[in-house]
Each structure stands twice: as C-alpha cells, then as structure tokens.
Design a protein around this ligand. Sequence first.
Ligand code: HEM
Length: 125
Amino acid sequence: MRDIKNREDIYFLIDNFYKKLLSDDLVKHFFLDILKQNHLEQHLQIITDFWNGILFNSPDYKRNAMQPHLILNKSKPFKNEHFKRWLSHFTSSIDENFKGEKAEMAKTRALSIATIMEIKMTTNS
Ligand code: HEM
C-alpha cells in the first residue's frame, strides 16, 4: 500500500469516505440537503480542496470550515456518537487504501479538528 501523494488521491479517499457516510443511518441525515440540492460533487470538491491544503499546503480552500457545522448544529444537533462514527469512517477509508506519513497526518488532523469542533458546539449551543 502507498501513501497519499496528490489531489487525485485525496479525491479518491474522500469519495470513498462519503460512500460510507451516506450509507450510514446514524450520520446520513446531516447530508440530505446536499443530496437534495444535487450538490454532492461540488461538496466533494470542496472537501478535497480542504484536505489538499492540510496535507500539501495547497491554497485552494479559503473558506471557514467550522462555520457551516455550527449553523447545522442548531437544526441537527451533533452528538459525540456522530463524531465517533465520522472519525471511524474517515480512518477506515484511509487505512483501507493508504499507508504512510500523509495518511497518518490526515488521521491525526481529523481527530484534532473533530475534537475542537465538538468542544465549540457544546460551548456555543
Ligand atoms: C459528525 C461529524 C461531521 C458531520 C456530520 C459533518 C457534516 C458536514 C456537512 C453536512 C457539511 C456541509 C455543510 C453545509 O454546506 O451547509 C460539512 C461541510 C464540511 N465539513 Fe463536515 N462534518 C463533520 C465533521 C467534520 C470534520 C471533523 C471536519 C474536518 C476535519 C469537517 C470538514 C468539513 C469541511 C471542510 C466542510 C466544507 C465547509 C465549507 O463549505 O467550506 N467536517 N460537513
């Protein structure tokens, strides 16, 4: 198995990750608006840009990743079990396909951002 090496690999990873999220009854309700509006492809590209920035310092993602979650949390509360499931799908999507320094970096960063996100949600709601 090889490491994540470019944007194409990240897209492959994210596409795989979202297949797991969208077929999981515990978390799929968060994504229904995206599906309803037919925005899945656009969303996957945004998430790919985000990770391309984290792993390869690409400047393409210039938005605020925290904001849409804080807004969504008001109508669809995020609980610890959702974060745990999100992280487990993210981690398994990586482990099933990639191995190496970037693969480890992605898992570590996902855990730290998810932890911060969860804290922000419980202090803002
Ligand atoms: C329970 C866990 C999570 C769920 C259910 C979730 C769900 C979502 C949903 C539904 C959106 C679209 C929001 C919108 O456009 O209105 C979104 C956007 C996004 N999420 Fe998450 N998310 C979770 C955790 C995370 C974590 C931990 C990260 C980062 C490591 C992350 C990164 C992003 C990014 C970059 C966007 C795009 C924001 C933008 O529009 O610029 N998410 N997420």
